[in-house]
Write a protein that binds this ligand. Structure first.
Ligand SMILES: CC(C)(COP(=O)(O)OP(=O)(O)OC[C@H]1O[C@@H](n2cnc3c(N)ncnc32)[C@H](O)[C@@H]1OP(=O)(O)O)[C@@H](O)C(=O)NCCC(=O)NCCS
Length: 186
């Protein structure tokens, strides 16, 4: 059996609240990274506050599968990716990803991590569907998710307002059979 946590550029690793809080405190100083990933206003939280948030979130969402993203070559922590189960009845989950270290953008790391988490969802959790959302001003994310096999399913027009301009929210998804077909065509 292959190692389902290991891709071609990254591996999925366990998350320690301490280590992640420190990393997020740094990544959140990069307002572009924050604004790409989040619709909430950018703000500078302390490491302590981020750690409390991570711990509370883990209690609140017990049906979540959270991973740190480490590079294979240097074993460097570059981001985080999580699957939140929306419904076991309907076998459906939501995914969110953040490559926080901008030195690793547009080099394939995020797509590799997304492929691993989709694989985890479909073969380990037996999901039927995985969904995600992004801002229309994030073409890098759109391309990355398409490379990972997600399809654009909908647009919520003018949902957000940033820098005085309204932007759309985009919704994407991948179905189990689509993911299986991709594996067969490899
Ligand atoms: C979104 C994210 C996970 C994607 O991971 P990544 O490792 O950067 O993505 P990849 O390198 O695998 O793929 C990005 C693709 O977009 C392309 N791209 C980059 N900037 C682009 C732009 N402005 N317009 C169009 N395509 C662009 C890249 O060239 C690459 O395509 P290619 O492989 O054909 O060359 C990562 O960039 C990230 O976390 N960014 C910061 C936070 C964020 O945006 N989170 C997602 C919130 S929904």
């Amino acid at each position: 059996m292959k190692d389902i946590y290991r891709g071609s550029l990254v591996r999925l690793a366990s998350q320690s609240a301490d280590v992640l809080a420190k990393a997020f405190a740094n990544w959140d100083r990069d307002t572009e990274a924050h604004r790409l990933a989040d619709s909430d206003p950018a703000q500078l939280w302390s490491e302590k506050k981020i750690k409390e948030f991570i711990e509370k979130d883990a209690e609140k969402h017990s049906q979540a599968f959270r991973f740190a993203i480490h590079t294979l070559d240097e074993d460097k922590l570059i981001g985080s990716v999580s699957l939140w189960i929306n419904s076991w009845t309907h076998s459906e989950a939501w995914v969110g990803i953040m490559v926080g270290d901008r030195n690793y953008w547009s080099k394939g790391y995020g797509t590799d991590a997304m492929k691993l988490v989709a694989q985890y969802g479909f073969i380990e959790l037996n999901l039927r569907r995985i969904s995600l959302g992004l801002h229309s001003y994030n073409p890098r994310a759109l391309k990355s998710y398409q490379k990972a096999g997600f399809q654009l399913e909908g647009t919520m027009r003018g949902e957000g307002l940033r820098d005085g301009v309204r932007y759309d929210s985009l919704w994407m998804g991948i179905l189990r059979e689509e993911w299986l077909a991709q594996q067969e065509s490899k």
